[in-house]
Structures are given as structure tokens and as C-alpha cells.
Ligand binder design. Sequence first.
Ligand SMILES: NC(=O)c1ccc[n+]([C@@H]2O[C@H](COP(=O)([O-])OP(=O)(O)OC[C@H]3O[C@@H](n4cnc5c(N)ncnc54)[C@H](OP(=O)(O)O)[C@@H]3O)[C@@H](O)[C@H]2O)c1
Length: 320
Amino acid sequence: MKTRMLRDIEVSEVGMGCMAFSHGYGSIPDERYSIEAIRGAYEAGCTFFDTAEVYGPNLARSQRGHNERIVGKALADVRDDVVIATKLFLDPGIGSPYKRIRKHLEASMDRLQTDFVDLYYLHRMASTPVEDVAEAMGQLIDEGLIGGWGLSQVGVDTISRAQAVTPLSAVQNIYSMVERDVEDEVIPYCAGHRIGLVAFSPVASGLLSGKVKSTAQFERVDDVRTWVPQLSERNLAANRPLVEMLEDFAATKGCTPAQLSLAWMLAKWDNVVPIPGSKNKGRILENLGAAEVELTADELTELEGALDSITIYGHRGFTR
Ligand SMILES: NC(=O)c1ccc[n+]([C@@H]2O[C@H](COP(=O)([O-])OP(=O)(O)OC[C@H]3O[C@@H](n4cnc5c(N)ncnc54)[C@H](OP(=O)(O)O)[C@@H]3O)[C@@H](O)[C@H]2O)c1
């Protein structure tokens, strides 16, 4: 697969979000299945895998690291060939930000079976000033414990303050055809500073695949789709024109709607890398196949025009 740069970190053009093997989309698959699915993605050319310390059943503290353990096991013997990104939450606590962050990092490295994390994100801003986090991350880079660092769900003000202390490799924000806030300032800023924009929930939790027909499909336990605004029963119906436009456009391109939605962001921006998530081995490969879907400049213009003419119902936003 073609690659892109997140500052100095080279990753496959489409990465893989591993969260659903532990949290967020209902029942958790058998560990062996999840490991095979991750290996399947690697064998199909994916070299960029996204996890977080909190990804565990119901985000319970006692289940922290569930996902990192699976990712670590799946990739242990190809560790040098892949980029692993993980994230921490920084609670207020005793000790310098460096000491507190390092403690989280060491626990993550242990679970990931590695002595190096390629890309380490702060999952959400909290009470610690971003400058202090940036300084600590810079120290971890100097010590060779992480390859680069990033922030998640942040705006340009926070990014630029952090960037002034230790340049970022990536910002991971929500971005899809129905969540385009980052197009105004965040992506252009990142593009101008060699920062990758890693797009999470890039197929809008399944909406853009056209496969979500009713909320009855969702599971009731630990399933984000029960509150994702575009997926309420009413908004699913209201967003049908978007889905139908995608289905028609994708048919003319000989691809699927999910692939088209990923190819769209790849065609629009050189610094964007989507990390779709799925528990389904076939769909994981389908999403990686988006890297093969080339949109001409005319097709991109036509798609943009169609998107601009359709009202989107429901919004999550990047400051959430
Ligand atoms: N930084 C953050 O705060 C943050 C927040 C959320 C997520 N993330 C990361 O971003 C990754 C992706 O986000 P996400 O999983 O929330 O959203 P997503 O990739 O937009 O959507 C995942 C959902 O869409 C369905 N889906 C995916 N591809 C499909 C396809 N080709 N056809 C039909 N359905 C498809 C999946 O169902 P099936 O499983 O049935 O295929 C699943 O229900 C996560 O794994 C995680 O690593 C980060």
C-alpha cells in the first residue's frame, strides 16, 4: 500500500482502528479472532495500528489495556515493520507531568510487548497545560521511548501552543463526510506544519457504508452507536439522501460507499490518514482497499458539490 508521512513517521495510507475489539461497538470478539483480523490487515498492507490504554470493556478502569494486549500479541513478531499508536489519559496526580506520563507509557509498552511506542497521544486535554505535556513528550522522544507524539480532539489554539514546545507528529480528530469541522482550520494548520491528521470514526460509525438501516441493528451494551447523533432513528432516515448519493457515486466508480468516503478524504488532503474500525475481517480488507480507489480532480469536484448540496442531520464535533 502507498504510504504517508506523519512528520517523520511513515504509515500506510489507510490505517486500522483496533478499538472495537475491546470497546465501543457491542460484543467483544474472541481474542483469537481479533488477532487474526489484525494480522489479516497487516498481510493486506496495513502498517498503522491505533489503540489506547482505555480501550477495554465498558471503558472500565479494571479493564484498561485489554486492547493494547491484543494489538501487542497480534503484532509481536512483525513489530519492526509496523507503526503502533496508543494514547493516555493524564489524571491530576503527584509528580511532574513527565513522571506521570512515563508511568502510563511503561504500562502501555508492557502490554504492547514493546520497548518503543511509535506514536503516543494525549487522548484528551485535561488540567495539565499542553505546554507541560509537550515538554514531557519531547523528553520521551529524546530518550528514544517514543517516535513522535500527538493530541486528540483539539483545535488550532491548543495545537499551536504544543507545537511551539515539541513539534507534533499527528493530531487525531474526528473527521468524515458528516463531521467536517476540521477542514476549516485544523487540517490546513497541520498541513502547513508537517503534522498528520489521523481521522477517527472516518465512516461515521458505519453510516457512510450504507449498511446501517435501523437502530435495531445496534447492540445495547457498550455501543457508541446508541448515541452517535447521525445514527438516531430520525437522523438515519433524514440522512438517506447522503447515503443514496454515495451508493450511486460508488456504483459508477466500482467501489463501495465506505471505500468512496475514505478515498474522498485521501484525495482531498495529503496529510490525512483515516483509521477505520471494524470487527469484521472482510470489511477491514474492504476499507484498506480504499487506498486503491483513485478520484480524478473532476470526480472530487463533483463529489464535493454533491456533499455541499446535502444537509447532514446530527453532529458530534471535534471539541466534544
Ligand atoms: N481519539 C479518539 O478519541 C477516538 C475516538 C473514537 C475512535 N477512535 C479510533 O478510531 C477508530 C475508528 O473509529 P470508529 O470505530 O469509532 O468509527 P468508524 O471506523 O467510522 O466506524 C466503525 C463502525 O462502522 C462499521 N463499518 C466500518 N467499516 C464498514 C464497512 N466497510 N461496511 C459496513 N460497516 C462498516 C463497523 O461495523 P462492523 O464492525 O460490523 O464492520 C463499526 O460499527 C477506532 O477503532 C479507534 O482506534 C479514536
